[in-house]
Design a binder for this molecule. Structure first.
Ligand code: NAP
Length: 288
């Protein structure tokens, strides 16, 4: 039985990793209360107590807007927390899997970003996640496994899909940004990709999202279409496309952050499915 120490287990990804844990793997689930990853002593103590074979870090400071006002807090979790877990993994001689983000890129590309493309974050969140990646790599070198993902949503978490459904119920119409391109990713497929990467003993920096690309506007339209189909909402609302200049946010986001997944696919043999299929499965699961 492979024992995994999972951090951030109450989050979107953490919950899915628990839901979809394959036979042959035992997860020791921790969140802030059981293991605060910003304390290296706590990390060391936990690892020596439960002696895991792997550590998977699903804990992070993920509030992109709030991070602009709390850069130290975001750095403490996204850089120092990741570094603590990497150090403890090195001391214990175990593999470490860390999750990062498309927001490490600037979005100036017009073709999918490969893992080797130069990161150039635009936001505090992106900057702190990049600092986390760099810390992990400087401690573990090529043995670290870093998986960057994007536009993540789970069935019940706080995410774009559930926000759009709520707004479709509450508002007469919606305005959604149409000039930012990326790929939605279900925690279901990310979780299966993570377990495939663990089985393949993958290392290095790789990308995982669902297949295809879209804009936030088209994503919102597809959410509405499927929410109507599965009876999650009763009434169609107008969704108006706006540009990011018209819809100001504190944090700047990349206008293009499609990720090239080919190195992940060749390392693990695990391939992505179209994002629309995963969204439909998510919607179906909400309908029952
Ligand atoms: N969400 C996205 O769209 C997205 C996109 C690309 C990449 N990612 C990356 O994917 C990973 C998973 O994201 P997610 O959406 O599942 O995140 P999430 O739902 O925000 O979950 C993160 C979890 O970490 C916990 N946590 C906070 N501080 C902690 C600490 N000091 N020690 C231990 N745990 C702590 C959080 O607890 P509290 O809720 O109580 O703070 C929460 O349960 C992250 O690395 C994120 O950067 C996410």
């Amino acid at each position: 039985m492979l024992k995994i120490l999972l951090t951030g287990a109450n989050g979107q990804l953490g919950q899915e990793m628990l839901n979809r844990c394959p036979s042959g793997i035992k997860i020791e689930a921790t969140d802030y209360k059981e293991l605060d990853i910003t304390s290296i002593e706590a990390c060391r103590e936990y690892v020596s107590k439960i002696k895991p074979d792997r550590i998977v870090n699903a804990a992070a400071y993920t509030n992109v807007e709030q991070a602009e006002d709390e850069p130290e807090k975001a750095m403490l979790l996204n850089r120092d927390g990741a570094a603590n877990l990497a150090s403890v993994s090195k001391e214990a001689g175990i593999r470490f899997l860390h999750i990062s983000t498309d927001f490490v890129f600037s979005g100036k590309n017009s073709r999918p970003y490969s893992p080797d493309d130069r990161p150039e974050p635009l936001s505090v969140y992106g900057y702190t996640k990049l600092a986390g990646e760099e810390a992990v790599k400087s401690i573990l070198g090529k043995d670290a496994l870093i998986i960057r993902t994007a536009w993540l949503y789970s069935r019940d978490g706080k995410n774009f899909v559930n926000t759009i459904i709520r707004l479709l119920k509450e508002q007469p119409f919606l305005k959604v940004i149409h000039n930012q391109h990326g790929t939605p990713t279900s925690t279901v497929s990310l979780t299966d990709a993570i377990y495939a990467a663990i089985e393949a003993d993958a290392r290095g920096t790789h990308h995982w999202t669902d297949a295809g690309e879209t804009t936030w506007f088209d994503f919102a339209c597809e959410i509405q279409k499927q929410a109507l189909k599965y009876g999650i909402i009763k009434e169609e609302k107008e969704i108006k496309p706006v540009t990011s200049d018209e819809f100001k946010t504190k944090a700047l986001r990349p206008t293009y952050s499609v990720l090239d997944k080919s190195s992940f696919i060749s390392e693990t043999g695990f391939s992505p499915r179209p994002w629309q299929e995963l969204l439909e499965e998510n919607m179906k699961s909400k309908a029952v």
